[in-house]
Design a protein around this ligand. Structure first.
Ligand SMILES: NC(=O)C1=CN([C@@H]2O[C@H](COP(=O)(O)OP(=O)(O)OC[C@H]3O[C@@H](n4cnc5c(N)ncnc54)[C@H](OP(=O)(O)O)[C@@H]3O)[C@@H](O)[C@H]2O)C=CC1
Ligand SMILES: O=C1CO[C@H](CO)[C@@H](O)[C@@H]1O
Length: 398
C-alpha cells in the first residue's frame, strides 16, 4: 500500500439522451468514478446535460474519444451507433461500457471482443440489472439449493411498445430495435446469470403493425415505419440441459402472465410483477419461492391470496434503478485487474442467442449457439465497500 489516494476512474459520456440521467445520478454517488465530459451529436443537448449534472465539459464526440485524460467511454447512443462508438473508443485506448444491445451484427461483436482483448482493455455492457438486489437474491437461492437442480425457465414481456413513453421511439422499430433486442438482453442475461450459458435456441416472430404512431411529446401523432418484427417467441436450451421459453412483444395490449419463473426439481422461484413491462429490466422487486411441500394439486382452485408463496428476504443492495452499477464494477475491475461482471463476453453470448432466435424462422428451427461466456460472480452484499477491503488486503499481502 503506497498511501496514495486511489485514482478516480475518468469517464466520458457519449449519448446524452433519455437514459443518461439515471446513469449520471447513480455514478454521482461513487467517488471511484467521475464523469468528466459529455457529448452527443447535438452540442446544445450535451451542454444542457453537462449543466444539469455538473459535468465539467460538453464537447464533440471526437473530442471526448480523443481526450487522453479519459479512461473509459460510456456509450449511451442508439443501438445502430453502439458498435461504431465502441470501436472508436477502443482504438483510442479507452475502456468501454455500452448500453444494450451490444452490437447489431455478429461480425461487429466478434471484432469488438478481439479488439478489446488485443489492446488489453475492459469491455462492459448493459444490462446491469442482474446486479440488483432481486437478481442477486434469486441467484443465491439457486446456489443454496432452494429449488434443487434448475430444469426450466419462463420469461414473458407483453407490452404495447415504446411510443407511449419515449419522445423519439424510432430506433425501437429499426434494425437493432424490436422487443427481442430491446428487452431480451435483460431476461437472457438474468437467465445466464442464474442458469449458465445457452447451447441451443428456436424462434418464431411476426408483427402486428407495419406503421406505428408516436403517442407522446413534441412529435405526437407522427407515424413511423416498422422495420423489424415486434412479437418474438423462443425456446431455449441451456448447456446444463435446463430448457426455457421466452416471449418478448410490443404487440400485446396487456397481460396477467408472470414475468419470470425458474423451475427446479424441488421448487419454483417466481418474479410476480403485475406491471407487464417490469421484470428483469428492474433491479428490485419481490422474489417468491414455493417448494414441493407447499405446492398445489392440479384440481385445487387458484388461491385468492398467494399465502403459500414465501416472500424471500433480500439482503442485497441496489434495490432501486441503479443503471451505471455495471460501469462502477468495471472501474473496480480495471483497478484490481479482475473480470468485469456485466462483460462484453456475456453480452456477445446474449446477442448471439437473440440473433439465432431471430434467424431461426428463415434458417431452420433449431440454432446452435457457438459462443459461451463466464458466468458472472455474485455481487457481495456490501459492494462496493467489499472491493475496497479486498484491494486493501491484496495490497498488504506479502
Ligand atoms: N430510454 C430508456 O428507457 C432506456 C434506454 N436504454 C438504451 O439506451 C440507449 C439510448 O436510449 P435513449 O437514451 O432512450 O435514446 P435517446 O434517443 O433519448 O438518446 C440517444 C442519444 O445518443 C446520441 N446519438 C445518437 N446517434 C449518435 C451517434 N452516431 N454518435 C453520437 N451520439 C449519438 C443522441 O444524440 P442527439 O440527440 O444529439 O442526436 C442522443 O444523445 C439505447 O440503446 C436504449 O436501448 C436502456 C434502458 C432504458
Ligand atoms: O431498456 C429499456 C427498459 O425498459 C423500457 C420499457 O419500460 C424500454 O423501452 C427500454 O429500452
Amino acid at each position: 500500500m503506497t498511501g496514495d489516494a486511489p485514482k478516480t476512474f475518468r469517464v466520458g459520456l457519449v449519448g446524452c439522451g433519455r437514459i443518461s440521467d439515471i446513469y449520471l445520478t447513480t455514478l454521482a454517488n461513487f467517488s471511484e468514478v467521475e464523469v468528466v465530459a459529455c457529448a452527443s451529436l447535438d452540442l446544445e443537448e450535451s451542454r444542457a446535460k453537462a449543466a444539469q449534472h455538473g459535468i465539467a465539459r460538453a464537447c464533440s464526440v471526437d473530442e471526448v474519444i480523443a481526450d487522453t485524460q479519459i479512461d473509459c467511454i460510456l456509450n449511451l447512443t442508439i443501438p445502430a451507433a453502439h458498435a461504431d462508438i465502441t470501436r472508436r473508443a477502443l482504438l483510442a485506448d479507452k475502456h468501454v461500457y455500452s448500453e444494450k444491445p451490444f452490437v447489431t451484427g455478429m461480425d461487429e461483436g466478434r471484432e469488438l471482443l478481439e479488439l478489446a482483448e488485443a489492446r488489453g482493455l475492459k469491455l462492459g455492457n448493459a444490462p446491469d440489472t442482474f446486479l440488483g438486489g432481486r437478481w442477486q437474491t434469486v441467484r443465491r437461492l439457486i446456489d443454496e439449493g432452494a429449488i434443487g437442480r434448475p430444469t426450466g425457465v419462463f420469461a414473458h414481456v407483453g407490452t404495447h411498445g415504446t411510443e407511449r413513453h419515449h419522445p423519439n421511439p424510432d430506433f425501437y422499430y429499426q434494425a437493432g430495435g424490436g422487443p427481442l433486442l430491446d428487452l431480451g438482453p435483460y431476461y437472457l442475461t438474468a437467465m445466464v446469470f442464474c442458469l449458465g450459458p445457452i447451447a441451443r435456441v428456436a424462434g418464431m416472430a411476426n408483427r402486428a403493425f407495419d406503421r406505428r404512431q408516436i403517442e407522446n411529446g413534441p412529435r405526437y401523432g407522427e407515424w413511423m415505419d416498422v422495420q423489424i418484427d415486434t412479437h418474438s417467441l423462443s425456446m431455449i436450451e441451456f448447456e446444463t440441459g435446463a430448457i426455457g421459453s421466452m416471449t418478448m412483444s410490443f404487440d400485446i395490449w396487456d397481460s396477467e402472465t408472470p414475468r419470470f419463473e425458474i423451475y427446479g426439481e424441488t421448487g419454483v422461484i417466481s418474479i410476480p410483477d403485475p406491471d407487464p413491462v417490469h421484470g428483469a429490466n428492474d433491479f428490485h422487486g419481490p422474489v417468491w419461492l414455493r417448494t414441493q411441500d407447499t405446492s398445489r394439486w392440479s384440481h385445487q382452485p387458484r388461491p385468492k391470496a398467494r399465502e403459500d408463496w414465501q416472500v424471500v428476504m433480500n439482503h442485497h443492495g441496489f434495490n432501486e434503478n441503479s443503471r451505471g452499477l455495471g460501469l462502477l464494477d468495471l472501474a473496480l475491475a480495471v483497478r484490481d485487474d479482475r473480470p468485469v461482471r456485466a462483460s462484453g463476453a456475456l453480452s456477445f453470448h446474449v446477442f448471439e442467442v437473440m440473433d439465432a432466435i431471430a434467424r431461426a424462422p428463415q434458417e431452420g428451427l433449431y440454432q446452435r449457439i457457438e459462443s459461451t461466456c463466464p458466468v458472472p460472480e455474485p455481487l457481495p452484499e456490501t459492494f462496493p465497500a467489499s472491493e475496497t477491503i479486498r484491494a486493501h488486503e491484496a495490497a498488504n499481502a506479502h
